[in-house]
Design a protein around this ligand. Sequence first.
Ligand SMILES: Cc1cc2nc3c(=O)[nH]c(=O)nc-3n(C[C@H](O)[C@H](O)[C@H](O)COP(=O)(O)OP(=O)(O)OC[C@H]3O[C@@H](n4cnc5c(N)ncnc54)[C@H](O)[C@@H]3O)c2cc1C
Length: 367
Amino acid sequence: MRRVVIIGSGIIGAAIAYELSSIPHLRVTLVDRQVPASGSTGAALGLLMGVISQKTKGRSWRLRCQSLERYETLLPELESLTGETIPCNRRGLVKLLFSGDDWQKWEKLSALRRDRGWDLQLWDSSTLQKYCPQINRERAIAAVYSPRDWQIDPSALTRVLVKAARMRGVKCKFGVMVRDCLSIPLNGAENRQCDRIETTEGILELDELIVAAGLGSTPLSDRLKQPVKMRPVLGQALHLQLPHPLGNLDFQPVITGNDIHIVPLEGGEYRLGATVEFPDESGEVTANPVFLEKMREEAISFCPDLARGEILRSWWGKRPRPEGQPAPIITRLSGYSNVFLATGHYRNGVLLAPATALAIRELIVDS
Ligand SMILES: Cc1cc2nc3c(=O)[nH]c(=O)nc-3n(C[C@H](O)[C@H](O)[C@H](O)COP(=O)(O)OP(=O)(O)OC[C@H]3O[C@@H](n4cnc5c(N)ncnc54)[C@H](O)[C@@H]3O)c2cc1C
């Protein structure tokens, strides 16, 4: 049996734990200083924007494709194993286009996606009005509709992944902080092996370590003397209650305009988000109420009925954004034979979690 320890039970660590739980010769332990989905994942809106993203080739597109495909099998698998239903919205995603937006760019993308079997529809103003009458036609002049992009509740998904992983033998240690990662030299000082971690509950010995700790991955990589720099990019969001659902009752897709997402829930409730707030020079960022209000006003400008929404809750989270390398970081940690990084997913961790788990599975199996 190889002992695998995963640090971090956000969407990434949970997806990895579940994926590895089907490999018979692994004994997997999932460790988190809090409960699952307490970090960035707990703040996320859960949009899965794959087909509608502007990525068309390379690693970014490949990861998106793999995730969208894996989601199709993952959800039924999880639901039948655990008996849980994970809230999601499968009515597709409507991206609003405004004056000045490049229509031709979308035509090109739509043709490219069609060639690969993905549907991406371009809607003129009257089609947009027909399907989404709640949208202010003086602001949004057209739209792109992606029926295959969708939205899932990230916290619920994380909890169900953990439950399913546990049912398949993964050991969970929540409320346990990893303080240090200790290593021994292997064939000279350049090549090391992490053989144990020091936690608030004592030492945990291991054969493979997966660091999926979001922003917490930076201090852990510092302990391993292979710093992985990341910066927090803060996002604020709102939970609104409207007197009744917006637009067509039988067509409630996620609507996104100017990077602001309107996510329908049940009974006239909506999530609205998120701001994108960068840290100052010291690396710190705190939620700025001005940005939140600006976001709400912008959303109201293209969806005026939102002004009638009562704010039930507001929250924020910090997205882990890698510095000096593209998001996400899915690799073996340089200088170590048995440490893997699955972190820095920035704005797309929920979308890319299934593909990340498959990539880590491959690295572990090959190691
Ligand atoms: C407002 C907002 C909206 C977003 N919307 C979307 C969206 O629509 N779609 C999308 O795909 N993505 C979205 N994201 C991004 C997404 O949330 C992140 O990319 C994703 O959650 C990262 O997951 P993670 O598991 O890597 O990190 P996290 O969720 O932060 O999990 C890391 C875990 O590691 C634990 N940890 C850290 N250090 C230690 C330690 N030393 N010991 C033990 N445990 C430790 C933490 O407690 C935490 O639970 C959004 C983010 C925000 C903030």
